[in-house]
Design a protein around this ligand. Structure first.
Ligand code: SAM
Ligand code: SF4
Length: 502
């Protein structure tokens, strides 16, 4: 009798590919994160000269990526007045590269099955309180329809690591997402957060037409990584560290890195992320990460280790600092703040340098439609959160309409734009535009057009009013010929045209 899928060993070619590809990028048998060198860099940067800090700020404002020693000196600033200059410079870089817009998306959790044992995660395999399930194709359709109904155009699909949510399942579910349509529209970009893949698997994933592929290293500190990831494939630091190298080789040129802040010292992790960005640039013709994520560790039902246990818990003040320094260190890379953060912190982070955020997020399995075939009907245990199928707790459950309204009040356009990867503006093409400060030229018009679609199709009366006012303000500030063309397209959207883009 064949073994049930959960007990089956990985196919032999996969095992062989893994063995061969694991050491593919090591130099003299070492990976690119040198714990001692990072610690030494931070120690040497103590109490930096203001002139050195200002030099780094000037380089960043000229859209140059910072070197680790420059970032280290910013990280070690103590003087509140210098910090005020750092925050102002971060806002300046955000405005220069990205302009007044915030890209929005929703997470869609497909499965909470997992063979790993990350101590901080509700999905860890030993957590018996977790009700395990994965969405069937019919469930996926229901979830996607519920998200389309809310007005979303961009999703990030998220999977635990398990033979039952292997690459075949990922491909099947992503195809189902793209194939699901209703009068309210369709999902136009699917980003993926999943376990590391081999190069051949990455090639297959690329063919489904994904946007960005994300793998978070969680912590760059080797010893901490080993302690918090005791068993399962994720226990292999090196395999995970080079996941995005393999993705790039597979042709996925929008890759995203991240660290889970609170596992180890936040200053160390910022430098770890920067080293990762530099390593990707070095290996792939200057193409760094498309986005960086820096979630803070949240409580999770059934976790063995949480914020209350961590000596490295990140305070709000340090969180603002890390957002600002990442903004300055890699001006060409998008920064993502999620609904793990409470509303006030999200607001601040978006003004300080973040470029993307989620909204109306629910992360219980089947939580958007609350009607799934594959597990018991999802129940909201705690204010819309389902502790039995959820990885951790969210702090901000506001609906998309509320977020769009709030951002409009701050002068920020919510963008649902998905033109980038559909027009080939990925990888080196995107990076070149970002480095020249030209992303705005495409993204601002596309933000206006997609926001208009949202306002017409999904917004409440108050959000529509605030959004229309904001669009008018931005049109008035744009070069007149472009503004004229946009006005024509906005009228076409009023009359039923959809998916217009530059
Ligand atoms: N299982 C895949 C993996 O580990 O790569 C998919 C990622 S997991 C479903 C998504 C991310 O959630 C993880 O990479 C981790 O950074 C984050 N996460 C896990 N537990 C968390 C917690 N307690 N608080 C905040 N974020 C958490
Ligand atoms: Fe599994 Fe990812 Fe959670 Fe680790 S973080 S237990 S790999 S779902």
């Amino acid at each position: 009798m064949p073994a049930p899928p959960s007990l089956r060993r990985p196919e032999l070619p996969q095992v062989l590919a893994r063995r061969q590809e694991r050491a593919r990028y090591l130099r003299e048998d070492r990976d690119f994160i040198d714990d001692e060198a990072i610690a030494a860099l931070l120690a040497a940067a103590r109490r930096p000269e203001p002139a050195r800090v200002r030099e780094a700020l000037a380089r960043s404002l000229a859209l140059q990526r910072l070197e680790p020693d420059e970032a280290a000196s910013l990280l070690m600033v103590e003087d509140p007045e210098l910090w005020a200059e750092i925050f102002a410079a971060a806002r300046g870089v955000k405005e220069k590269v990205y302009g007044p817009r915030v890209v929005t998306f929703a997470p869609l959790y497909l499965s909470n099955l997992c063979i790993n044992s990350c101590l901080y995660c509700g999905f860890r395999r030993e957590n018996d309180a977790q009700e395990r399930c994965r969405l069937s194709p019919a469930d996926v359709r229901r979830e996607v329809l519920a998200l389309i109904e809310r007005g979303h155009k961009r999703l990030i699909v998220v999977y635990g690591e398990h033979p039952r949510s292997s690459l075949d399942y990922m491909i099947e579910t992503i195809e189902t997402v793209y194939a699901t349509r209703s009068e309210g529209g369709e999902i136009r970009r699917v980003n993926v957060n999943a376990a590391p893949l081999t190069i051949a698997e990455g090639e297959r994933l690329k063919q489904v037409g994904i946007g960005t592929y994300q793998v978070f290293q969680e912590t760059y500190h080797h010893e901490t990584y080993r302690r918090l990831h005791p068993r399962g494939p994720k226990a292999d630091y090196v395999w995970r560290l080079y996941a995005l190298h393999r993705a790039q080789e597979a042709g996925i040129d929008d890759v995203a890195i991240g660290a889970l802040f609170g596992l180890y010292d936040w200053r160390y992790e910022v430098l770890g992320l920067l080293h990762h960005a530099i390593e990707l640039e070095r290996c792939f013709g200057g193409i760094g990460p498309h986005t960086i994520s820096f979630p803070r560790l949240e409580p999770a039902a059934g976790a063995l280790w949480g914020p209350q246990d961590s000596p490295y818990r990140v305070s709000d003040e340090d969180f603002r600092k890390l957002v600002a320094i990442l903004r300055l260190a890699v001006p060409y890379t998008g920064l993502i703040v999620t609904a793990r953060e409470p509303a006030e912190m999200r607001r601040e982070a978006l003004q300080l340098g973040c470029t993307q955020t989620d909204a109306s997020s629910r992360i219980g399995i089947g939580a958007y439609s609350r009607c799934v075939d594959s597990c018991r009907p999802a129940a909201a245990d705690q204010e819309g959160q389902d502790l039995h199928t959820q990885q951790f707790l969210l702090a901000d459950l506001r609906e998309l309409d509320d977020v769009v309204h709030e951002l409009a009040g701050l002068g920020l356009l919510t963008s649902f734009c998905t033109a980038g990867y559909r027009c080939g503006r990925t990888g080196s093409r995107f990076m070149d535009l970002a480095r020249q400060g030209k992303v705005r030229d495409f993204c601002l018009p596309n933000a206006i057009l997609t926001l208009k679609e949202y306002l017409v199709d999904h917004a409440s009366a108050r959000t529509r009013q605030a959004g229309e006012r904001l669009i008018e303000q931005h049109l008035a500030a744009i070069e007149p010929r472009l503004a004229g063309r946009l006005r024509e397209w906005l009228a076409m959207i009023e009359n039923g045209a959809r998916d217009l883009r530059i």
